[in-house]
Every structure is written in structure tokens, then in C-alpha cells.
Design a protein around this ligand. Structure first.
Ligand SMILES: [Zn+2]
Length: 116
């Protein structure tokens, strides 16, 4: 028995289930190394960095660079995930967007004063 990470529903062993692998990694652009970078003294910077890192929790530090997540999804949540990967769990707003501009503005907190 699995559990859907989207809606929490139980997924029986042989039922259709989807797996989402998410790799979150810090993005680095190619470094441009100048002559100044090669000749200057990096020691102080390194010492500061090491001091800063020693104060940070190891797991938190690791997660700043790389984090892998694996989600189990039921078929309904898989469809919602494909449509809206960042908001697939919010059933109301992502699945059924406001039908008119007034309710959309109200959902953002605008327009109440004009009507009342
Ligand atoms: Zn689900």
C-alpha cells in the first residue's frame, strides 16, 4: 500500500501509481576566472566561508546545494501535477481558476470596497 503525496489517498499495491523524481540543485554558470582572481589572496574569504559553514546545520547546508525528492502520485494528482507542477496540491485555485475577472480580483483581495 502506498500513499499519494498529493492528496493523501491510499494507493493499493497493484493500482496505477505515478512517481515523480525532483532534483533541486543550485545552478552555477560557468566561472569566468580573471587574472585578478588568480593573484589575489583567497585565504580570508575561505576562512570566513568555513567559519560560516561550521555554524550551519549539515543537512541544511547540503539542501542548499542539492535535494532529491521522490513523490508517489495517484492518477488524479498526476494529471494536476502535469498541468501545474508548482501548485498541484491546491485543489481549488489551480484546478478551477476563477471564471470571471471580478472573482479573480476578489481572490487577490481587490474589489471588495467598490461593491460594499
Ligand atoms: Zn492523489
Amino acid at each position: 500500500m502506498y500513499q499519494c503525496d498529493g492528496c493523501g489517498a491510499a494507493i493499493p499495491r497493484k493500482a496505477l501509481r505515478y512517481q515523480v523524481s525532483i532534483d533541486v540543485r543550485a545552478a552555477y554558470d560557468t566561472l569566468e576566472v580573471s587574472l585578478w582572481d588568480l593573484v589575489r589572496d583567497h585565504r580570508r574569504e575561505m576562512e570566513e566561508l568555513v567559519a560560516q559553514m561550521s555554524k550551519t546545520d549539515a543537512t541544511a547546508l547540503e539542501e542548499q546545494v542539492y535535494k532529491k525528492m521522490v513523490l508517489d502520485l495517484c492518477p488524479q494528482c498526476q494529471r494536476r501535477f502535469i498541468l501545474s507542477p508548482l501548485n498541484f496540491r491546491s485543489h481549488d485555485s489551480a484546478a478551477t481558476p476563477p471564471s470571471d475577472i471580478d472573482s479573480f480580483l476578489r481572490s487577490l483581495g481587490f474589489g471588495n470596497a467598490a461593491e460594499e
